[in-house]
Design a protein around this ligand. Structure first.
Ligand code: NAD
Length: 491
């Protein structure tokens, strides 16, 4: 059994209360490591360490030097990608082919933002007064709190931390209590790369640790990835302290197949949308909208492939779908499947937990497809965060748009068509932060990402991701030498 410690102010600590909890391997349902439960004192110490690091040098460190540290971190992450992937797959049941790719992706994001450390520019602004020089500068907030979910701890961290560091902030990170190990392992790389103590801190534990981090004084900006329900609480805590917050929340994303689509590619896109990562991905294309002329063909092909998905040990490269990441999530997915059935959704594939003897110890759910789903069923609206697909038929483009936009969430969307004019109309019509055309579930360091409606607000990655972690200051320099009326604003 591994025993982890937290990383605060460049030092490893079991926490002031020395409380620990076990983290389970969802494939065996056995504990494999213990993690410290941070106290409020630990959270306070981490915030104080970040503040000291910020004030004592990080805020004035030239971008080039910060970039060198970030590139070093990327190199170490690339070197350690394999063992890191094993740790993450052991902790959350994601298949090794996905976690391996995510480590390389995370390193790529560090490299991208390392290149932006010296490019955070302001502008000069011509005023009505020729002898007053106006310019803006972008500055870091100071101490940022980064809270992540369990489904992809390092990839989600990579969506936040590199941008925060590139903008010149120091960070306190809180990973999910269901999958903290990879984030703590990552701190060893922070140490090896030579980051000054306090620039990057990690506190672990349950919801109480997250809420302490959002409520205590000293945090200047919060970036949160998780469920809409907790997102609301985080936004409320941020409002109490009047600090800005970025929210990356859930999705119920429509993946729309028109009758003129390249069907084999669209079917692979539909599979990638819902069964990759066992559907435990915020961008899951969990609603498949299919135009009626190709409806039966798409269902037939999808069901055929879904029934052949290889489930098994997440560490085996041949495995295509791993487990639900933890028991509460496993139970939520099963309950959602039963609720869909009770509302009359028709099971076309799967429909419950896996029953094969080889899978009996793990939290396995069969790849599940509901067909003929109606907008009035909850399975068409609520995020399940599991391998459960709702297929909805449609006739016209307008109908597809109405169904696609007819939920309270607005994270991602996919459109499969070979008609460029239709693609352009659909791009314009989607109420979503992302539109993929003839592809699905593609992410990159350069492309900004973030939701609309109850999927959250703010952007991660890309140039916009950097701006999210910086604050604008306006400066006016008066070299006119004019006398002024002290009792009237100068305009
Ligand atoms: P969650 O909201 O339960 O927890 C997320 C994190 O918040 C955890 O670290 C948790 O300990 C912490 N937390 C819990 N209560 C808190 C509080 N009151 N204050 C502060 N922090 C608190 O989410 P989850 O179950 O870990 O993750 C699944 C959800 O995350 C899904 O809804 C999924 O769509 C979403 N998600 C979104 C994105 C995105 O980029 N949009 C990416 C991945 C996951």
């Amino acid at each position: 059994m591994k025993s982890y410690e937290m990383f605060i102010d460049g030092a490893w600590t079991p926490g002031s209360d020395r409380q620990r909890f076990e983290t389970l391997n969802p494939y065996t349902q056995q504990p494999w490591a213990t993690i410290p439960q941070a106290s409020k004192e630990d959270v306070r110490a981490a915030i104080a360490a970040a503040r000291t690091a910020f004030d004592n040098g990080w805020r004035r460190m030239p971008g080039l030097k910060r970039a060198a540290l970030m590139v070093r971190l990327a190199e170490i992450l690339e070197r350690e990608a394999k063992p890191m992937a094993v740790i993450e797959s052991t902790d959350n049941g994601k298949v090794i082919r996905e976690t391996s790719a995510q480590m390389i992706y995370a390193a790529r994001v560090f490299r991208y933002f390392a290149g932006l450390t010296d490019k955070l520019r302001g502008s000069t602004i011509p005023l009505d007064h020729p002898d007053i020089f106006d310019f803006t500068v972008r500055e870091p907030y100071g101490v940022v709190a980064l809270i992540t979910a369990w489904n992809s701890p390092i990839a989600l961290l990579a969506n936040k931390l590199p941008a925060a560091l590139a903008a010149g902030n120091c960070a306190v990170i809180k990973p999910s209590e269901h999958a903290s190990a990879s984030t703590l392992e990552f701190c060893k790389f922070v140490e090896e790369a030579g980051f000054p103590p306090g620039v990057i801190n990690v506190v672990t534990g349950d919801a109480a640790v997250g809420s302490a981090l959002t409520e205590l004084d000293g945090v200047d900006k919060i970036s949160f990835t998780g469920s809409p329900g907790v997102g609301r609480r985080v936004a409320a805590a941020a409002a109490q302290r009047l600090v800005p917050v970025t929210l990356e929340l859930g999705g119920k994303s429509p993946n729309i197949i028109f009758d003129d689509a390249d069907l084999p590619k669209a079917i692979v896109g539909a599979l990638a949308g819902i069964f990759a990562a066992t559907g435990q991905t915020c961008i899951a294309g969990s609603r498949l909208l299919v135009q009626s002329p190709v409806y039966e063909t798409v269902i037939e092909k999808l069901v055929e492939r879904a029934n052949k998905i290889v489930m098994g040990n997440p560490l085996d490269p041949a495995t295509e779908m791993g487990t639900a990441a933890n028991r509460p999530q496993f139970e939520r997915i099963l309950a959602a499947i039963e609720s869909a059935k009770s509302q009359g959704a028709k099971v076309a594939a799967g429909g419950g937990g896996a029953t094969e003897p080889a899978l009996k110890d793990g939290l396995f759910i069969k790849p599940t497809i509901f067909r003929d789903v109606h907008q009035d069923m909850s399975v068409a609206h609520h995020e399940i965060f599991g391998p459960v697909l709702s297929i909805i038929p449609f006739e016209s483009e307008d109908e597809a748009i109405a169904i696609a936009n007819g939920t309270r969430l607005g994270l991602a969307s996919g459109v499969w068509t070979q008609n460029i004019s239709r693609a352009m109309r659909m791009i314009r019509a989607m109420d979503a932060g992302v539109v993929w055309v003839n592809t699905y579930r593609m992410v990159s360091a350069q492309a900004p990402f973030g939701g609309r409606k109850e999927s959250g607000y703010g952007k991660e990655r890309g140039d916009e991701g950097l701006l999210e972690f910086s604050v604008l200051k306006n400066v006016m320099v008066d070299f006119s030498g004019e006398d002024r009326d002290p009792f009237a604003a100068k305009t």
